[in-house]
Every structure is written in C-alpha cells, then in structure tokens.
Ligand binder design. Structure first.
Ligand code: PLP
Length: 355
C-alpha cells in the first residue's frame, strides 16, 4: 500500500512532479538542455535570493558536502556539531585528511554566534561548517546571526551551510547573509525524487577553491565553471530530475515564496502545539525547526508499533534518530505537505494511541 511520507526525506512527491520526469530524453550538449538549465538556475537564484552561481550535481547531498570540504580551506576547518548531520561535516573533513577542529553542543541545543566566535578567536581556521536545520533533533540554527558575527570579526572565514532539510522550506538569503556554500538534495523540502543536489557558491569560495591543489574533480567549482556560462555541466546531468525541478520551481514561484515559508511555519506550529499538549518537545523552544518536529516519547509508546498502525492507514513517520530511537519520534512537515495533511496525520495518531 502507498504510504504518504511524513519523514524528513525523501518526502511525498506530487503526481504532476513525477509526470514531469516522463518526457523524452534530450542531449546534454543540445540547446534544449542549455535552455532548461538556464531557466532552472534563474529560478533557484530567486528562491535563494542570490546572484551567485548555483550548481546542479547528479549526487545526493553528502557527495556535495564532501566536494565542498575538499576546496574550502588552506588552513583548518571548524565544524559545529549539534546532532548527527552536523557531525557528518566533521567526519567527512577527517576522512579527507584535512586539518580540522570541532565544537559540540548537546543534542536538542543550537549553535550560537558566541560559541562560534570563541572557537574562531585563535585565528587558526579559515572555514566553518554549519547545519542550518539539524534533522536528527529538529533544531534550526541561527545561521543569519552566526554569519553576521563571522563577517564582522573573521572576514577570511568561509561559511559552509548544509541546508538539506530546510532549503525551499525556509527562507535563506544567500547574498544578504553572506554565505559561501549552501547545498541541499532535492528529496526533502523541494519534494522531488532523490538524486539531485542544488548548491549555491559565492565568488570568494570559488577563488579559494582554485588555490587548493587536491580539491578533487567531480565537484570542483572551477571544473563546473568550464561549462557554467553555457548552462551545462561537465559530466552528464540528472536530466529527468532537472525537468521535474523546472516544473516544481514554476509552481513554487507562481504560488509565492513567502507563502511557502509561511505554510511550513504553520504546519510546524500545529505539530508543535500538539506535541506540547500530548508529549513534550525534545529540543530547545527557541530554535524549533519549521520543517521537522522531534517529539519526546514521554508516554513510553512503541514508536515502531505506532508506525506500523499508521502504515495501515497510508502514512509513515520517523523514529528517533540513532540513540534517540524509541525515545523520540519525528514528524516531518516539509515539501508539498499541507496543513490539512498534518491535521489528518495527527488525528490518525490520536486515534491509534487513544489520546
Ligand atoms: C538528509 C540529510 C543529509 C543527507 O543527505 P543525502 O541527500 O542523503 O546525502 C545531510 N544533512 C541533513 C541536514 C539532512 O537532513
């Protein structure tokens, strides 16, 4: 039976978007393809409020995280850890043998400008990694404020943002905030099938990349730039997904970006209110995510059984991440889900649990 996905990726994909992929293949050196990429890029730049370059990679998000790490630093990279996905940046950095350090806050807490400021004050770092929306805990870090502090005091430090579970679901002003790399796979808030990652890159990050000898090839900004102005990619792009992305961005822009951000906040408020009443919110109230809510399992229910019952009714939520399995459960409210979807889901949960 088909289950509607209320998990933090992949998310529910509308039928029209699935269908948008089912068009005849075009050559990636043909004018038709260049026209498609030019259109998509312009729409993505609108969504990210940026004039910077936006690249498309046939890869999941983690691939582009690794590519970004390899061309970010001539000194040392600081990773800021507040859960499983922010930790991934650090794991990738170490696995590539790049000098690095980390700061860490307990699960459910956020990274703050003061913490980052203190860690950078020694002057050893020239790049920082951050997760904007920590999917494992349901926390949204104050990226704008952190970036502002970095720009004020550490002008040479590049700011690398994993926005995988919030890009296209929450406002990200890439240029105004002064971000350097901001990436997201399209299987989350974009509500597309998996396999494509969008990544905005600042001019100064592109310049930095060129100075790093072992920056890799597939994800290297300067290699991408060889085809960028022709609106092409050096390697074969995920053409069908880009067709679907083009349709999705048309729909999103027609409905209005502000309406999209607002809908996500409304869905989040609805789920948060329910969670406070029936359970407890796991994470710091000041930093609650607009796209995924982590509910603390204060009633000691079996999350696995709840999900099995939901499955019979055509829905799926997520268990707690890693160590939080059965201690928490996560309800995603991202992508093309609506407030009515959330009301329906919560009604099912209430009925199953007799709440
Ligand atoms: C899902 C997720 C990832 C991993 O993305 P992939 O596309 O599976 O590589 C990374 N970071 C965050 C915050 C995520 O939510």
């Amino acid at each position: 039976m088909y289950k509607k996905l209320f998990i933090p990726g992949p998310t529910h994909v509308r039928e029209e978007i699935l269908q948008a992929q089912a068009v005849p293949m075009i050559g990636h050196r043909a004018k038709e393809y260049s026209d498609l990429q030019a259109l998509v890029t312009e729409k993505l730049q609108k969504m990210l409020y940026t004039k910077s370059r936006v690249y498309l990679f046939a890869s999941s998000s983690t691939g582009v995280m690794e590519g970004s790490i390899r061309q970010a630093s001539e000194k040392k990279i600081l990773s800021t850890i507040c859960g499983a996905f922010s930790k991934r940046w650090h794991q990738i950095t170490m696995a590539n043998g790049i000098p690095c350090g980390k700061i860490e806050v307990p699960m459910g807490q956020a990274i703050t400008p003061d913490l980052v400021d203190k860690a950078l004050s020694g002057g050893e770092y020239d790049a920082v990694t951050l997760v904007m929306n920590e999917t494992s805990t349901g926390v949204m870090n104050p990226v704008k404020d952190i970036a502002e502090r970095i720009h004020d005091k550490y002008p040479d430090v590049l700011i690398l943002i994993d926005a995988v579970s919030c890009m296209c679901g929450a406002k990200i002003e890439f240029d105004a905030w002064g971000l350097d790399v901001c990436l997201a796979g399209v299987q989350k808030c974009f509500a597309l099938p998996a396999g494509l990652t969008v990544c905005a890159v600042s001019d100064r990050a592109r310049e930095r990349g060129k100075k790093i000898p072992n920056r890799g090839f597939y994800f290297a900004w300067d290699v991408m730039d060889k085809k960028y102005e022709k609106h092409q990619t050096p390697a074969t792009p995920a053409i069908s997904l880009i067709q679907a992305l083009n349709k999705q961005m048309d729909d999103i822009l027609a409905k209005g970006l502000e309406n999209r951000w607002e809908r996500h906040m409304q869905m989040a408020s609805y789920v948060q209110e329910w969670a406070r009443e029936k359970f407890r919110l796991y994470s710091n109230e000041r930093y609650l995510s607009p796209t995924v809510t982590n509910v603390e399992n204060t009633r000691g229910i079996s999350v696995t059984t709840l999900n099995e019952e939901l499955g019979k009714r055509g829905a799926m939520i997520s268990n707690g991440y890693g160590d939080l399995k059965e201690k928490c459960f996560r309800i995603a409210h991202m992508g093309d889900l609506t407030i009515d979807d959330m009301k329906w889901l919560i009604a099912q949960i209430n009925e199953i649990l007799g709440l």
